[in-house]
Design a protein around this ligand. Sequence first.
Ligand code: CP
Ligand code: NVA
Length: 312
Amino acid sequence: MKGHFLDIFDISYEEAKQIVDLSFDFKYNNFNPKSLQNLNIALLFSKPSTRTRVSFEVGIKELGGNPIFLQESSLQVSRGEDASDSARTLSRYVDGVVIRTGSHQWLTEFAKYSNVPVINALTDYTHPCQALSDIFTLFEAFKENIKNIKVLYIGDGNNMANALISAFALFGLNLTVCTPKELAPDEENLKRALEVAKQTKAKIILEEDPKKAAKDKDVIYTDVWISMNDDGSKEYKINLLKDYQVNEQLLSYAKKDVKIMHCLPAKKGQEITEDIFEKHADFIFNQAENRLHTQKALMYLMFDGTNKMASI
Ligand code: CP
Ligand code: NVA
């Protein structure tokens, strides 16, 4: 069995939409399957996490399964054991693996050798679980109007930018990405997204000027300027990004009732001011809650030994 979810483009539009629909069922319709009964799911994390770790652990338990949290520093991986050997070993004990790691290449290598499904819980390249959940949050807020809204992602062209570009392309939605040119999102991913967008009628636009980018937007999304896998100069990035802050002035260009999204954790005073964050906290923490519902939907489809998604 292959069946991994490492990137948004691993799944089809129909499957992604099914995940969103199931997220509604989990959140609102008392959908409560025990599809992970008697299953053990490993969470292998080499990086810190609050939302992803806890929402996966709680989600696994609510689905009747047993989460096993493995901090990388306590595994032989930290002493250089190959991804391939770690994967072949864990596959003999557990029924699925959720991985957060610095290197997307390491994740891909692990998945290649894993006989049980693997979920990407964030790499340096992409954060697909967050992006899927964010699409659910947008469906929840805008319903059938979702195709008409204009969303801006502003800040660093990082893993979150890549994941959102892919997800908006797959769902046929409108996304403007505003970063300094030095911090542009991944080119290959963008190219692929633009190909997908031709089919889905998504509009993916890059705009360097924050004022132009914010104009008439219904939603403004941001993320930290310094990511956990960044090992370059912080000062260099902060300096490049200083005009890309989500603040009162930027919001004056957007729609009056603009909604603010942030995947969290937030570094207030950098990518977003504290007053804007607090004004929009309800929406932001609902966005955080939705990780739980969307990941339960994903695990319901992936982790019960039958793999209900044809594409992966
Ligand atoms: N958004 C997100 O992935 O948060 P954590 O790093 O806390 O898991
Ligand atoms: N870009 C951030 C996302 C955190 C959820 C990081 O990688 O640290």
